[in-house]
Design a protein around this ligand. Structure first.
Ligand code: SF4
Ligand code: SF4
Length: 169
């Protein structure tokens, strides 16, 4: 059960000072309906994130890794009827999480290291085939030697060096 007595009433001001007016959100769900990452596992439900910010549920929000699977397509931004700019809010949540906990490494980052995508491509192979596309997309998953180079590069970063137990090939 959500305990609103522990909520941070100022959270929306802290997170969204450079975004649209989040208080205009009337929870219509249009942003989720057009979001490709809403099909991910776990799904990115941007409307829920907006609600968490508005309600000040910082304990819940700090642990939520779904903002990191946003593919930055801006569809929600264009579709929101209230000009709330949910994409901006998604990025603002990422910044806030990183500032609140400098050691925070979202699962999406370890997934990118492992496979070059935040989601396993196998999940959509049937769908790609059904619309006449190659089952494997022409990205890093199709070229294992590039994935190795990508991992070599990431292994030079402080983040991976300091947390090598989280980054397994
Ligand atoms: S910008 Fe991110 S949150 Fe918005 S529709 Fe695209 S993937 Fe979803
Ligand atoms: S589309 Fe805009 S108003 Fe509707 S739920 Fe999403 S953020 Fe709120």
């Amino acid at each position: 059960m959500i305990d609103l007595a522990k909520a941070n009433q100022n959270l929306w001001r802290e997170i969204t000072d450079e975004c649209g007016d989040i208080r205009n959100c009337f929870n219509c769900g249009t942003c989720v309906a057009g979001c490709p990452a809403a099909e991910a596992e776990p799904p990115l439900l941007i409307r829920n994130l907006v609600r968490m910010v508005l309600l000040g549920l910082e304990d819940k929000l700090i642990e939520d890794g779904t903002p990191w699977i946003c593919v930055t397509c801006s569809a929600c931004e264009e579709m929101c009827p209230m000009d709330v700019r949910p994409f901006d809010i998604c990025l603002a949540i990422r910044r806030w999480q990183s500032k609140e906990d400098e050691t925070y490494i979202p699962t999406a980052v370890t997934e990118i290291f492992k496979r070059g995508h935040t989601q396993p491509v196998e999940r959509v192979q049937e769908l790609r085939k059904s619309v006449g596309l190659e089952e494997v997309p022409p990205t890093i998953v199709k070229f294992p030697q590039l994935l190795e180079k990508f991992q070599d590069m990431l292994e030079e970063t402080e983040m991976v060096k300091d947390n090598d137990y989280m980054f397994r090939r």
